[in-house]
Design a protein around this ligand. Structure first.
Ligand SMILES: CC(C)(O)CC(=O)SCCNC(=O)CCNC(=O)[C@H](O)C(C)(C)COP(=O)(O)OP(=O)(O)OC[C@H]1O[C@@H](n2cnc3c(N)ncnc32)[C@H](O)[C@@H]1OP(=O)(O)O
Length: 258
């Protein structure tokens, strides 16, 4: 399928989506968000894809929601359209693992988008921020909630109240990103990591994603119970039999994806 604001390709078992609106530093307008959601859903439904990577350009992962699109909106426009609710919910409904590969600016909605994915790997040029306060608004795609869970209250307050940017080293120290690579190596390194994920059992990877995500939504006791139920159900899969047999037989597992 041809898109206007993103590029998609399949590399091995990895579905790669590149945000491609360079004239606006990948600002997230309705068209881009709609295309991104459709591409994610297409990869989610494609059995050949075991992991999805979303990236931008070296200058910008995404410089935020499209300010020019938002500027004329009234309260009633935003409320009636339930602005950002649909892409937010479509992205969080994706069941396959999604890795964000971030270089350059990930600001406002760009930072929020990266946090909607399962984990973030950054290049040493990445800059993260929630600068909405400079525009007379606050984060609107979950930034105040997710950033706080990633980096804690003090740093989240600092970011949301000053609007300052965090570089890749600070983002890694704070737990916002899992790893940092030199900018020239970022995509190759992230694709290697995504390949590693794609080689696993897809049903089990979905369970792992669901279990980790549940920790955001519930108490420790409920989360542990949820994990235990999923863990037990893993023993109903052929991939558990194969994974454990492969270990005992000292060979690589050949997962059957069921
Ligand atoms: C949904 C919410 C409410 O939660 C959150 C939001 O996302 S609100 C938006 C938050 N993002 C920002 O406030 C960042 C805005 N951009 C910038 O501050 C700067 O562009 C920069 C620091 C990222 C880069 O600066 P510079 O290198 O000087 O490039 P520019 O000339 O400023 O930008 C190039 C080009 O891109 C357009 N652009 C950049 N960001 C956006 C945006 N968020 N929306 C729309 N357009 C954007 C910028 O206007 C330039 O285009 P032209 O005006 O030259 O046509």
């Amino acid at each position: 399928m041809a898109y206007a604001t993103i590029l998609t390709e399949i590399r091995g078992a990895v579905g790669l989506i590149t945000l491609n609106r360079p004239q606006a530093l990948n600002a997230l307008n309705a068209e881009l968000l709609g295309e991104l959601c459709s591409a994610l859903e297409a990869f989610d439904g494609d059995e050949a894809v075991g992991c999805i990577v979303v990236t931008g350009s070296t200058k910008a992962f995404a410089a935020g929601a499209d300010i020019k699109e938002m500027a004329p909106q009234s309260y009633m426009d935003m409320y009636k359209a339930d602005f950002f609710a649909e892409p937010h919910d479509r992205i969080t409904a994706i069941r396959k693992p999604i890795v964000a590969a971030v270089s350059g600016y990930a600001l406002g909605g760009g930072c929020e988008l990266a946090m909607l994915f399962d984990f973030i790997i950054a290049s040493d040029t990445a800059k993260f921020g929630q600068p909405e306060i400079n525009l007379g608004v606050i984060p609107g795609i979950g930034g105040s909630q997710r950033l706080t869970r990633f980096v804690g209250k003090s740093k989240a307050m600092d970011m949301c109240l000053t609007g300052r940017m965090m570089d890749a080293a600070e983002a890694e120290r704070s737990g916002l990103v899992s790893r940092v690579f030199p900018v020239a190596d970022l995509l190759a390194e992230v694709l290697k990591i995504a390949d590693t994920i794609a080689e696993k059992s897809q049903p089990i990877a979905r369970m792992a994603k669901q279990a980790v995500n549940r920790s955001y939504e519930t108490t420790l006791a409920e989360g542990v119970l949820f994990e235990r139920r999923l863990f037990h159900s893993a023993f109903a899969t052929e991939d558990q039999k194969e994974g454990m047999a492969a270990f005992v037989e000292k060979r690589k597992p050949a997962f059957k994806q069921r």
